[in-house]
Design a protein around this ligand. Structure first.
Ligand SMILES: NC(=O)c1ccc[n+]([C@@H]2O[C@H](COP(=O)([O-])OP(=O)(O)OC[C@H]3O[C@@H](n4cnc5c(N)ncnc54)[C@H](O)[C@@H]3O)[C@@H](O)[C@H]2O)c1
Length: 276
């Protein structure tokens, strides 16, 4: 029996958004992409032109909100989440977020949570570029320490707000260097496009004020590496992921794209949901 396809809308037509759209278009996900929106209209146009089933291109967020999409996928930026997540839920649509760092603002998270309850909507958060979130959730109340160490090539960190406050000569770097140690709440502000994984880890585990983040820049790094160490009364967990960067955005790991597609697949056909 064919299950009804869910009507999906997309905010952000970059590396992740484009791959999600292509996955829907090629029926890898039981959904129909009905509307796409990007602050740069030409990116939405270019994406729509690649698809067999063309979605409506929204000129602004109001057009997306007025559409008949039942589930909106955000693959844009933390600012897009802050600006639009609440209105999306108020328009009775479910939401899947990639820019999870925005949820580490406690007041914003609480407001979004109460809107989700009020409107009976669901929020989907893919595990992104890391592994082991299921185990972290299972031992949540026993955790004593959680650290994530992220190692990237300098080009994947260029332009982040951290460098406005700290002078690091990325171009002159010859070997790996730890450039940042701090807690997730601060890290998502300083590295908004690089540590959404720290946000997911915080939400699943011991929170943004106790999840330690280390950022390592390595001029020889060919992969985006995330290492998670967690310790507690249950024992110890260690996960390491060597990610190939997305060909279209070196800040984004390809696993994040695949995780988004898998999460959307479950959201659109949740008869069996493994690992949730
Ligand atoms: N959860 C994770 O593990 C994870 C992993 C990688 C990336 N991310 C996050 O996912 C988001 C998308 O990543 P990407 O690699 O596709 O980025 P990208 O830069 O390739 O694409 C983002 C697109 O969104 C558009 N955009 C930005 N702000 C917008 C707004 N307010 N409204 C509409 N469109 C807007 C941009 O014009 C761009 O086309 C980023 O915030 C990134 O940090 C999350």
């Amino acid at each position: 029996m064919n299950r009804k396809r869910r009507r999906v809308g997309l905010i952000g037509c970059g590396a992740i958004g484009s791959e999600i759209a292509v996955a829907i278009d090629s029926s890898r996900v039981n959904a129909e992409l009905v509307v796409v929106y990007d602050v740069y209209r030409e990116r939405a146009d270019a994406l729509a032109n690649r698809l067999n089933t063309r979605p409506v291109i929204a000129d602004n967020i109001d057009a997306l909100l007025a559409s008949d999409a039942e589930l909106i996928v955000e693959a844009a930026s933390q600012q897009a989440v802050r600006d639009h997540a609440k209105s999306i839920v108020e328009h009775k649509k479910d939401l899947m977020l990639m820019s999870v760092g925005a949820l580490l603002d406690d007041a914003f998270y609480a407001e979004l949570h109460s809107l989700l309850e009020m409107y009976g909507r669901r929020l989907y958060l893919p595990t992104g570029a890391i592994a082991g979130i299921d185990a972290i959730r299972s031992v949540k109340h026993m955790l004593k320490e959680v650290t994530i160490t992220t190692t990237k090539h300098p080009r994947a960190l260029m332009g982040t707000p951290f460098f406005k406050e700290h002078r690091v000569n990325l171009k002159g770097l010859k070997k790996a260097k730890v450039i940042y140690r701090g807690y997730a709440r601060e890290a998502v502000r300083l590295f908004p496009a690089n540590v959404n994984v720290a946000a997911i880890l915080s939400l699943a585990g011991i929170g943004a004020d106790r999840t330690m983040v280390r950022i390592v820049v390595d001029p020889r790094a060919k992969r985006n590496i995330h290492e998670i160490h967690a310790r507690g009364e249950f024992g110890e967990l260690y996960f390491k992921v060597n990610n190939i960067p997305s060909p279209n955005n070196p800040k984004t790991s390809y696993l994040a794209v695949l995780s988004a597609i898998e999460c959307l697949g479950r959201a659109c056909n949740d008869m069996i949901s493994i690992g949730t």
